[in-house]
Every structure is written in structure tokens, then in C-alpha cells.
Design a protein around this ligand. Structure first.
Ligand code: COA
Length: 397
């Protein structure tokens, strides 16, 4: 906006709020031009390489990386939330086996609220407590869901394992090796926050109404489930499997683009270069696929990336790059996450960010006074004059 324009003169309609700054935030910074993602001042690359999800939870909720004693205290606190109310597991058992796990998760979060003694947390400290509860219980719900629909018994969480390792343990029923647990940590860390993405904005919008944290997280889960958001990773894997071999990529991509379909995992609303999360997950995917004796899976992905970039340049003069979902699909598959659990796994990382944003929005962390979101739509529907259309009784219409 130039200095002379008023906000009313800037075209803001039907552009998905792209480029429109709606709030201050201290939680994460996304530099779309340079391909940089920062959580509370720290670049994600060393966090993903060296850190644990618990450290990132502390960073997002408590504003800085923990010192050793703080991390120990947080681990202890988190372990205390590693349980599901028996009644919640009973509810899980009643849900249809075929239901999408994102729907199940979205339905179960309010169930957890119903079992919380004080769902209407009054202040940031109570919200932080609820946040830790959700961060711990969402993975337990995903794991329990997967086991129940597979006809297996729910595995009780272990207090002595790290957050990532415990998730894999409750999912698979065996303690993962260090490498698998570290990969899970990286996935969770890379998904933990990402500015005002669609689901986070949903959570913040709900926070602005003063609805409770569980309501905001349930709403955010619904938002994340969409194909253009977190739902892309599962669809990437389906696409790679459907293509089947490198020589079929060109035909697949050109046909999809001819049909005006989107290539999942490609493109981003903010990044104009490769998504920094994909930069980290790409080499991991290559190494893991090679180690698993399935190098072709990665080779197909690379060819999809190449052909899509060439075709988008040729057809629309646009540059397009891989996003986080493109390679996370392969990495998830290589640690035996069932494909339709990829988006739920995305949620297990992002819940930390949703909670941090909820607290910031509701209690005015970055701005003194939180305000209810209330944008305006321009009415372009039927118009019969300033008094409105005349009412016609049903029998005369
Ligand atoms: N495949 C094919 N075409 C794509 C595309 C993709 N992955 N991503 C963008 N485009 C095209 C759109 O069709 C549109 O073309 P048009 O102008 O001729 O209608 C144009 O590029 C702009 O797309 P738009 O959705 O308006 O803006 P964007 O670039 O900001 O889109 C996404 C960002 C993420 C919505 C988009 O890239 C997408 O749908 N990607 C696939 C889904 C995905 O991976 N989502 C996860 C994101 S982390």
C-alpha cells in the first residue's frame, strides 16, 4: 500500500487474504522469498537436525529453548499427560472403522474437553496446561484409532520414552530404534508452526471469540484436513504409488495439468523458492527410500517435481517448487506410518503451534488488546431496494 491509498482502495476481496497482515506475532517468521522458517528467532534447520519436539514445545509455549532443568521439568510434566480417559477410548471404539482419522480426531478433541475438569481455562497458565494435555493426547488418539480399526488393543503409553518415540511405540506396539524416533522428532518439529497458515488462522479466529482451546484445536483440525492444506501429504503418496515408475511421470503430470488438476505437494502460498522444510525432508526421503530398497519411490517424486516445474513454466510462466508435504509423504511411509495417517501426524506437530497461537491471540501476547475477528463481505446478491424484497406468502410464490 502506498502512503496515499486508504485500506478501502486496496483490493482485498477473494484473494485468500494473501499478503494482508492481520496481526503481530512473536511465534514464527516465514520468509517466502528466501525460503526461511524461524520459530521464535531460531532457524528450523538446526532445530530439526539437533533438537527434540519437547524442546520445540518449550520454545513455542514458553518463548525460548529450555535449559537442561527446564527441559527435564517439561518432560516430567508431559509424561503426566500421557493418558486417555477410559471413556474417550470407549467413544473411539464406537466410531466407524472406515471414518477418516482427521474426522475422528476433530470429533475426539471436544470429547477430551468434556473430560477436562476446567475446559473454560481462565488464564494463560491454565491454557498452557490444556495445551500440554492436547499435545500429549492427540498422538495417543491417533495411535489408539489406528490400532482399534486394525482390530488390535490400545497400547498404554510409557513415561520413560521421549514424545516421538512414545507415539511410535503406542502406534506400532514396539519401541522404535533411535533412528526412527529421531525421524519422528524431525517430522514433528518441521510441522510445529508456520505463521498464519489456514489452520492456525482458524485457531486464532476461534481464540478471538474466547471459545476454549479445545474448540480452537478442533476447528484447526477441520481446516488442516483439506487437500490444499495438510491433506496434501497423503495425496502425494497416493499419486506416487499410482504413477508407479519414473517413465510414467511425464504422461501423468501433463494429463493432470491438462485436466486442470493440481499436483499435490507442489506450490506454496508464501514460498517463492523451495520450502525450507522440503529442503530438509528431501535428502531424508532419498536416504530412507534407498535404505529400504525402494529408491524408485524417491526417483518418481524427483521426476514429478522436475516435470511439474517445467510444465508450469511453459504453460503459465510460473515457478513452482516442492512444499513440505511432497517429501514428508515418503519420510512418513519409510517409518511405517499408514498413508491415511500422514495428515493426522502433521496435526501432532502443528498442535504445538496452534496452542501457542491460541494463547497469543486470546491473551494478547504480541498486542496489548485482543480483538474479535470480524471482516466484512461485500453483499453482491439479490437487491430489491433499500427496504428489501417484498415478502410473498408461500402459496403465491
Ligand atoms: N498444481 C497445479 N497447478 C498449480 C499448483 C499445483 N500444485 N499450485 C498452483 N497451481 C496453479 C493454480 O492452478 C493457479 O493457476 P491459474 O492462475 O491458472 O488458476 C495458480 O497456480 C495459482 O494458484 P493459487 O492456488 O491461486 O495460488 P498459490 O500459488 O498461492 O497456491 C497452493 C498455493 C498451496 C494452494 C497450491 O500451490 C496448491 O494447490 N498446491 C497443491 C496442494 C498442496 O500441496 N498443498 C500443501 C501446501 S503446504
Amino acid at each position: 500500500m502506498t502512503g496515499q491509498e486508504t485500506s478501502a482502495q486496496v483490493e482485498t476481496k477473494n484473494i485468500g487474504l494473501r499478503g494482508i497482515v492481520v496481526a503481530d506475532s512473536t511465534i514464527s517468521r516465514v520468509d517466502g522469498e528466501k525460503g526461511i522458517l524461524i520459530y521464535r528467532g531460531y532457524d528450523i534447520a538446526p532445530l530439526a537436525r539437533e533438537g527434540t519436539f519437547e524442546e520445540v514445545v518449550h520454545l513455542l509455549l514458553d518463548d525460548d529453548l529450555p535449559k537442561a532443568a527446564e527441559l527435564e521439568a517439561l518432560r516430567h510434566e508431559l509424561a503426566g499427560y500421557r493418558n486417555l480417559p477410559e471413556a474417550a477410548i470407549d467413544t473411539l471404539r464406537t466410531l466407524p472403522k472406515e471414518a477418516a482419522t482427521m474426522d475422528v480426531l476433530q470429533a475426539m478433541v471436544p470429547v477430551l474437553a468434556m473430560h477436562d475438569a476446567e475446559p473454560e481455562a481462565a488464564g494463560p497458565e491454565e491454557c498452557r496446561r490444556q495445551a500440554l494435555g492436547l499435545i500429549c493426547r492427540l498422538p495417543l488418539l491417533v495411535a489408539a484409532r489406528e490400532r482399534l480399526r486394525s482390530g488390535l488393543e490400545v497400547v498404554a503409553a510409557r513415561q520413560d520414552l521421549g514424545h516421538a518415540a512414545n507415539f511410535l511405540y503406542t502406534l506400532h506396539g514396539e519401541v522404535p530404534d533411535r533412528e526412527k524416533a529421531a525421524i519422528m522428532d524431525t517430522i514433528l518439529i518441521l510441522h510445529a508452526d508456520h505463521g498464519f497458515n489456514a489452520s492456525t488462522f482458524t485457531a486464532r479466529q476461534i481464540a478471538s471469540t474466547r471459545a476454549h482451546l479445545h474448540a480452537a484445536v478442533a476447528g484447526a483440525l477441520g481446516s488442516l484436513s483439506g487437500a490444499l492444506h495438510g491433506g496434501a501429504n497423503y495425496r502425494v503418496f497416493r499419486m506416487l504409488r499410482e504413477i508407479g515408475s519414473v517413465d510414467k511421470v511425464e504422461e501423468y503430470v501433463t494429463r493432470a495439468l491438462d485436466n486442470k488438476e493440481r499436483i499435490m505437494g507442489m506450490g506454496h502460498a508464501v514460498y517463492k523458492v523451495t520450502d525450507p522444510r522440503a529442503e530438509i525432508l528431501g535428502p531424508m526421503a532419498a536416504a530412507l527410500a534407498a535404505k529400504a530398497g525402494r529408491p524408485e519411490l524417491y526417483e518418481i517424486a524427483e521426476e514429478v517435481r522436475r516435470v511439474t516445474a517445467v510444465e508450469m513454466r511453459r504453460r503459465k510462466g510460473r515457478e513452482i517448487h516442492a512444499n513440505v508435504d511432497f517429501f514428508s509423504a515418503i519420510v512418513n511411509a519409510m517409518i511405517d506410518i499408514p498413508p491415511d495417517m500422514f495428515t493426522p501426524v502433521f496435526a501432532l506437530g502443528r498442535v504445538a503451534g496452534w496452542c501457542a497461537h491460541y494463547i497469543e491471540e486470546r491473551f494478547g501476547g504480541a498486542r496489548a488488546k485482543p480483538v474479535l475477528y470480524r471482516p466484512r463481505a461485500e453483499y453482491v446478491g439479490r437487491y430489491c431496494g433499500p427496504e428489501g424484497c417484498a415478502w410473498t406468502p408461500l402459496e403465491k410464490r
